[in-house]
Ligand binder design. Structure first.
Ligand code: G4P
Length: 197
């Protein structure tokens, strides 16, 4: 997605060979117009999948997920990382290990929000090692729902999360795919758009 790639080039800060800082438009301050375009792009790419709900994980996944849900006209659910005071029972949970942060988090979603009839679109802001997306997939599986696709705002294609998810046969759409962050420069994967069904 050209507008996103352009934003990454102008506003993104390469912190190291593996970490890109995008807190001016995605991870802290958020750009609502760009988020709207991101939502439209996700909706277009998954329009044929008869999505019934969008699922993400707090906190930075929420903005792109709600915009996609708005376009698809379906509810959005975010998995919680912290225990809710009002939500104690009837939870679907999964353990997510972050290699970036070197910590494990238990994520949870109330059972009542996911049913066997649901076709779920999973959305997240970053795809690195794929642990967050795999945790969300685990929750979808526990609900007996169908994982209809995964939409990622920024994929770090030099890490193995994308491969892990795609080898499961799931449609994974990343709006920006970064090939390298070496030498302080962002390089995108050059690709001809795949048409997936
Ligand atoms: P994975 O799910 O693909 O395995 O990713 P990983 O555990 O490595 O990522 C852990 C957290 O770090 C996630 O945020 C993820 O979005 C973020 N992250 C990973 N790589 C980058 C990067 O290059 N730049 C930035 N800015 N973030 C990165 P989180 O802990 O869930 O935070 P938040 O959603 O509450 O903001």
């Amino acid at each position: 997605m050209k507008a996103l790639e352009q934003k990454i080039l102008t506003d993104g800060i390469v912190l190291s060979d593996t970490i890109l800082k995008v807190d001016t438009f995605l991870n802290h301050q958020m750009d609502p117009l760009l988020m709207k375009q991101i939502g439209e792009e996700f909706a277009a790419r998954f329009q044929h999948k008869e999505i019934t709900k969008v699922l993400t994980i707090e906190s930075s996944g929420i903005a792109p997920a709600i915009m996609a849900a708005l376009q698809l006209e379906v509810p959005m659910i975010f998995a919680r990382k912290r225990k809710s005071l009002t939500l104690q029972d009837g939870l679907l949970t999964s353990n997510v290990y972050s290699f970036t942060k070197q910590e494990e988090t238990e994520i949870s979603v109330a059972k009542k929000f996911l049913t066997e009839d649901d076709h779920i679109l999973i959305i997240d802001d970053f795809l690195a090692n794929g642990q967050a997306a795999l945790g969300l997939l685990h929750i979808v599986e526990q609900a007996g729902a169908t994982a209809a696709g995964i939409g990622i705002v920024i994929e770090k294609a030099f890490q193995d999360g994308g491969e892990r998810l795609r080898e499961r046969g799931i449609q994974v759409e990343s709006l920006a795919r970064i090939e390298s962050l070496q030498d302080g420069k962002v390089q995108f994967v050059k690709e001809t758009r795949r048409v997936e069904v």
